[in-house]
Design a protein around this ligand. Structure first.
Ligand SMILES: NC(=O)c1ccc[n+]([C@@H]2O[C@H](COP(=O)([O-])OP(=O)(O)OC[C@H]3O[C@@H](n4cnc5c(N)ncnc54)[C@H](OP(=O)(O)O)[C@@H]3O)[C@@H](O)[C@H]2O)c1
Length: 309
């Protein structure tokens, strides 16, 4: 395991295919895709807004003219959309890495067409279904990886999200629920890794977090947009006090490419894991609860109607 990982250490990615969810310009997905294409990877940009995905492709091509990019339409807040995306992704062939990066943070309360709370749907159930449906292609690569982007805020959760996901029990606390979705990302990683080993499949599951990075996440969550009026002010304010989105992508890039065992969690190495060069990091005591991880897996299988591996 490299002690001090640097983006300059990113190995040649020629011949590898990576699917990155949530690749909007200025976010972690964009910078993850950019660095991977610089090293020769073929990157599939999986986003819900075709115009934004096209904008990302054009922005990357301005820096990497021969970038091998493809687009995949994917709305993680809709189980039907995830299924359609996975069907369309069959033509991609073997997938070396799936980066479950897309997410929303602390939006107002709402339920999706599937009856799921929006944050749990987007940040956990959608990625859970997508990963299961793409697993055969990850296996086909011979050495697949699933990297899921969590957060330091996983420790805000208080308790594991193990209730009926289609029922609202008590008041909606947007930050607690965000924390629960990020806790769910770590449970998902740990339990996926456990099951992959038990099934002896050539795929590893890892997690990463970016510390505090200047993306559109806060403005999108609070205002549903990142520009115009107060949303622009929040967006600029976050960028002023955080590390760059490019640096925020480094932990994901390390988890996606470095020689690391399954269930490794990578985050920035600076004080409070807020910024800096990435290294392996710890997780909260609650996040290490294996029984909760197993229970969430069972609930997730039932919720999305897919059992795997
Ligand atoms: N930035 C940070 O400091 C920070 C800290 C901890 C963890 N994270 C995590 O990092 C990940 C990336 O966030 P970011 O900071 O890069 O924020 P961002 O700039 O807001 O990017 C989020 C991405 O997710 C996409 N997305 C949202 N809902 C979706 C849906 N239903 N279906 C498909 N895609 C959807 C967004 O697409 P649209 O543009 O179409 O909305 C966007 O591409 C998230 O999982 C977040 O929890 C970020």
């Amino acid at each position: 395991m490299p002690e001090k990982w640097d983006v300059a250490d990113l190995p040649d990615q020629s011949g590898r295919t990576v699917v990155v969810t949530g690749p909007t310009v200025g976010g972690l997905g964009h910078h993850t895709a950019l660095e991977l294409t610089r090293r020769g990877a073929r990157v599939v940009l999986a986003g819900r807004n075709p115009a934004k995905v096209e904008e990302t492709a054009a922005t990357i091509r301005a820096e990497v003219p021969d970038a091998a990019l493809e687009a995949l339409h994917l709305d993680l807040a809709s189980l039907a959309s995830v299924r359609a995306a996975a069907e369309a992704a069959a033509q991609i062939g073997p997938i070396d890495v799936l980066v479950n990066n897309a997410g929303v943070m602390a939006p107002p309360y709402s339920r999706t067409a599937d009856g799921l709370e929006l944050q749990m749907a987007t940040n956990h159930f959608g990625p859970f279904l997508l990963t299961g449906l793409l697993l055969p292609q990850l296996v086909e690569s011979g050495d697949g990886r699933v990297v899921t982007v969590s957060s330091r805020f996983h420790s805000l959760a208080g308790k594991a999200p193990l209730g009926d996901p289609r029922e609202q029990l008590g008041r909606y606390h947007r930050w607690l629920v965000y924390g629960q979705t990020k806790l769910a990302n770590l449970y998902f990683t740990a339990e996926l890794e456990r099951r992959l080993r038990a099934a002896d499949l050539p795929v590893r599951a890892l997690a990463a977090h970016p510390g505090f990075a200047g993306t559109h996440l806060a403005a999108n969550g609070q205002y549903g947009r990142s520009s115009g009026g107060v949303a622009s002010i929040v967006d600029a304010g976050v960028r002023a006090v955080s590390q760059s989105a490019a640096a925020g992508a480094w932990p994901t890039l390390m988890a996606a490419t470095a020689d690391l065992p399954g269930n490794t969690y990578v985050g920035p190495g600076g004080p409070g894991e807020m910024a800096g060069r990435p290294r392996t990091v710890g997780r909260s005591r609650l996040a290490r609860n294996e029984r909760a991880a197993q229970r969430l897996w069972e609930i997730s299988e039932e919720t999305v109607d897919l059992r795997y591996p």
